[in-house]
Design a protein. Sequence first.
Length: 338
Amino acid sequence: MDVFELTRALIDIESITGNEQAVGNYLYGCLEGLVSRYGGSVERMPVEHARFNVLAQFGHPTVTLSTHMDTVPPFFAAREDESHLWGRGACDTKGIIASMICAAEELLDGGERGFGLLFVVGEERNSAGAYVASQFPRGSRYIINGEPTENKLALGSKGTLRYEVVATGKMAHSAYPELGDSAIHKLVAALTKILEVSLPTDELLGKSTLNIGTLAGGRAPNVIADEARAEIMVRLVGESSSTKRALEEAVRGYAELREVLEIPAVRLGSIDGIATTVVAFTTDIPAFGGQWGEPFLIGPGSIHVAHTLEERVPKAELVEAIGIYKKMVRQLCKRESK
């Protein structure tokens, strides 16, 4: 398979979170082709409704190459120039999938076995596919998780703490605000206090950060708002209890905090001869819960263009990633055989 052609084909299949069925079927077909040529097995791993992970195994898997097949919105199709492939998912993570499949093909063509490929749904929202996969481990001792790290091994990644901040009030005519109780005013006060919270710092992962991502509420400009809400996300660098206490104290008397999701920060391994980095984003690795083996994190492309309308991946890094994934599979299989 040609890594550039495969990347373009994958980008052109819209797979925004929740709508991964078409790309899953395409990947199943690609892996079924490898199985028919080299032996092994491929399966759809049900997640929910019509959604499924795709798993291929070639011998007993010591190492599993894994990433997610869903993307963030909006969808836009592939285009290509001399140095880059562009489009939604180019680096996050359609190009990574293509590099992993091409690496697998080259390993198989050389007679090597003992690895698998696992492509999961839902990473961009709640890691639904990885949580399901954690319930059905296949004996893998190492998992190489693909995310855009510019082909450097991440020594750690930040976690995530997501809340809904909810304020309630009493409606009234805006000409008589004393007769009402503005939920929006309460929410603004709560968010102001939240932004004043001092967040922890870690020697490896750096400073914890906070983002107010969404705001909604009220009924009309001339109505005192009886409800308002916001969504916030904290990037964790360590244990979360002190951050949770500080946020609860910040909103007290103004709003209610409703926890939506927590994914812990992780520390990760390295391999001799591969450059390292540290990343601030969250991955599927915590959701796997160690059930697919010791985790590593690496992939072509830059996270700085992921989730943007300028998303792209360097062609040179796609080719380089094929070699890196092959090297990692070989070294980890060799490590396990000692």
